[in-house]
Design a protein around this ligand. Structure first.
Ligand code: SAH
Length: 262
């Protein structure tokens, strides 16, 4: 049986290290908890995909950029983890800020495990993951009664060359929400077609979800490579594959209106 330890009176109940989801881009999609923790932070280690406007909640903090953008020069993960350990040991209030949700392709698992091995407790604050924001921003409901029983969040890009079980994915019939998929789009198309997915399956490609520059390209599995090229699709983008895309509220992208800079 597990007991939940009560903090001793006078001791800080909160972990000193937080992994915080900054959401997909729109700074209004931040949680109240994320804002509270950012306001109290001493040091913030932030990813590239985090909207700089989110950092307006922590003007008091020392901000360190530790971007890990695919294909570009980036800070090695081991270095980021060492930096986290160093600050955690100094007893500063540390926030590791990540785009979307820390636990969806955010390496939160690795960072939590590393901290835990050194006896450091850390908390996680969810953020709205890009796949959800991309769907909602284009009027797509990822699950719909009578169409699909669920949605699968996956990536087709791995550093170690592993790839998803495409046949199993097609057989399961869930909506596919694909992250980091721009560079491997042609391969994804080929794999899904050869695993038996219908060529006419609707696809939405959403670039810069939730930001004023959000763009939507609606296509089909067969056409998506040609259409993505013509559209000039660039990262960061989410691919949504499945019949729920055809049932979307409108064909238009509902990008938030451009706001004046504060
Ligand atoms: N933890 C993040 C995902 C990080 S992986 C989350 O939960 O959203 C990086 C990938 O996320 C990008 O390659 C892209 O596929 C997706 N992504 C992140 N922000 C996005 C945005 N604003 N619009 C579209 N895709 C985005």
């Amino acid at each position: 049986m597990h007991h939940i330890a009560k903090p001793l009176p006078g001791h800080d109940q909160e972990p000193a290290v937080w992994l915080v989801g900054a959401g997909p881009g729109d700074p209004e999609l931040l949680t109240l908890k994320a804002v509270r923790i950012l306001r109290a932070a001493h040091v913030v280690l932030t990813d590239d995909l985090v909207n700089p406007r989110v950092l307006e909640h922590c003007p008091q903090a020392r901000i360190i950029h530790v971007g890990k953008r695919g294909g570009c020069r980036s800070t090695p993960q081991a270095f980021i983890e060492r930096l986290m350990l160093r600050y955690a040991r100094q007893g500063v209030r540390l926030v590791r800020l990540k785009g979307g949700d820390p636990c969806i392709f955010g390496r939160a698992g690795e960072e939590m495990a590393r901290l835990a091995r050194h006896g450091i407790d850390c908390g996680v604050v969810n953020g709205i993951t890009a796949g959800l924001a991309a769907a909602t921003g284009c009027g797509i409901a990822l699950t719909m009664r009578g169409i699909t029983l669920g949605a699968t969040f996956l990536t087709a890009h791995t550093e170690d060359g592993r790839s998803p079980d495409w046949q199993a994915l097609v057989r399961a019939g869930t909506t596919l929400v694909i992250y980091m998929g721009v560079a491997t789009l042609a391969n994804t198309r080929r794999q899904l077609l050869s695993a038996g997915m219908a060529a006419a399956t609707p696809v939405a490609l959403i670039e810069n979800a939730s930001l004023p520059q959000q763009r939507l390209c609606r296509t089909t599995l067969a056409q998506m490579q040609a259409d993505a090229t013509a559209f000039g699709l660039r990262s960061p983008a989410i691919m949504i594959v499945g019949d729920v895309v055809a049932a979307a509220r409108t064909a238009q992208s509902h990008a938030p209106r451009r706001r004046r800079q504060a």
